[in-house]
Design a protein around this ligand. Structure first.
Ligand code: PMP
Length: 423
């Protein structure tokens, strides 16, 4: 409800930060890694367009033409935002999960897939029909490169292969050596897809510069609303694959055959995988967020975010009972995503207390990256365990963690309150 929202300055515009209804306390949304608040700019753009939306690619009328233009212009905006190469496609999906499942459905037959066990489940799990090699958790970025090189050296060099890697961890916030991993993949004839769900909101992503083959991200983590995502990159596998969804919009020509069947000629553009009436509002919102971030400039966004990261790190370091989770070491560069456990506390109770007593919204759990969090907590990464809030008695080792995450529009007061509350 916009009436219970108070605007805070961001990017020279405002971001909507919801107030605790009826309360005195401004709610501190420190769960950007799950979903970031929409930028006021995105809200405004969508509101200005909303009364006029119509069907995309399906109508002769003015509203339909306007919507088609906005939809296709949004595609161009996203391509520019990602630094796409000539010939790259931008396919609109529902989310990062949807994008990676689309790619998984499009990989050529016999494709070998290489994925670190530390990935978010959206990157770890979609490759069900491929031959998957799960790589052990590296403890340094260099080890990640070496682990991948070793695995690729053993592969069938003539078959298709794909590496899937995340740019910034949704658990530790740590940055992965994407460019080096891309070079290793290509040196062994493999392709690489970058899960940029956590990277894109915090860092510039440049497909051409990092030389990855595909990038996937979600609108709702990039300061736009839910329901839209992107898969961008090389067109060949996408164009050769069967459509992800079959239906109108993906098909160019459909005709009955004399034997009673149906012949279909599918589009060879991004439309091939976008069957059905598309989410034009969601797509327009993503494009609006891309523009807002570009106009604000990542240099200043990164600088501001890093000052908050330092504040949180230094604050947590003053509390003996707090252990920050990290794969690559405490000083490793990271975006505004920090997970930790507090000795003597059940993480779920701790997160609930932050919410109830301080109006701070964080997340507790295993963050859809169960093997990674178990590795970081020193429990068995192979333990099928429980998701959610496993009980740990005071004094026992935590079975889950607490995550604080922030980004554009996070006021200093929110992270200061968070550090005070933890203390
Ligand atoms: N990858 C990473 C690194 C993520 O953090 C997330 C969301 N937590 C996803 C993929 C999946 O994103 P979505 O839920 O929007 O599909």
């Amino acid at each position: 409800d916009a009436s219970v929202c108070t605007p805070l300055p961001v990017l020279g515009r405002d971001v909507l930060v919801p107030l605790v209804t009826g309360g005195e306390v401004t709610y501190a949304a420190l769960d950007y890694a799950a979903s970031a608040p929409a930028l006021q700019r995105v809200w405004d753009d969508v509101a200005a367009y909303a009364p006029y939306y119509g069907s995309v690619h399906r109508g002769a009328g003015y509203l339909s033409q306007l919507s088609t233009d906005l939809f296709e212009n949004s595609r161009a905006t996203v391509a520019e935002f990602l630094g796409c190469r000539e010939g790259d496609q931008v396919v609109f999906t529902r989310s990062t999960t949807d994008s990676l499942n689309l790619l998984a459905a499009a990989v050529p037959a016999g494709c070998q897939v290489f994925v670190f066990e530390t990935e978010h489940h959206a990157s770890l799990l979609p490759w069900r029909d491929a031959e998957v090699t799960y790589l052990n958790a590296p403890r340094t970025p260099q080890q990640a490169i070496e682990t991948l090189e070793r695995a690729l050296a053993d592969r069938d060099p003539y078959g298709p292969a794909l590496v899937c890697v995340t740019g910034a961890s949704n658990v530790t916030g740590e940055l992965w050596p994407v460019k080096e991993l891309a070079a290793a993949a290509h040196a062994h004839g493999a392709r690489i897809v970058l899960d940029a769900a956590q990277l894109a909101p915090h860092h510039p992503v440049d497909i051409a510069e990092s030389d990855v083959d595909w990038v996937a991200f979600s609108g709702h983590k990039l300061y736009a609303p839910f329901g839209s995502g992107v898969l961008a990159g090389r067109s060949d596998w996408l164009t050769e694959a069967e459509p992800y969804l079959a239906g109108g919009g993906a098909s160019r020509k459909v005709a009955r055959r004399t034997d009673g069947g149906v012949d279909v000629e599918w589009h060879t553009t991004a439309a091939r995988h976008e069957a059905g009436s598309p989410n034009v509002i969601g797509v327009y919102a993503i494009a609006s967020a891309c523009k807002a971030l570009t106009e604000a400039g990542f240099d200043s966004l990164v600088e501001r975010e890093q000052s908050l990261v330092t504040k949180v790190r230094e604050g947590l370091a003053e509390v003996d009972e707090v252990k920050v989770l990290s794969l690559f070491g405490d000083d490793a560069p990271r975006v505004g995503v920090i997970s930790f456990v507090v000795e003597g506390w059940n993480s779920s109770h701790f997160a609930a207390a932050l919410s109830a007593e301080y109006g701070i919204g964080v997340r507790d759990g295993l963050f859809c990256a169960h093997p990674l969090v178990r590795t970081l907590l020193g429990s068995d990464p192979q333990d099928p365990g429980e998701c959610g809030a496993p009980e740990a008695e005071p004094g026992e080792r935590s079975l889950n963690a607490i995550r604080v995450s922030f980004g554009a529009g996070t006021p200093d007061e929110h992270v200061e309150r968070f550090v005070r509350a933890v203390k």
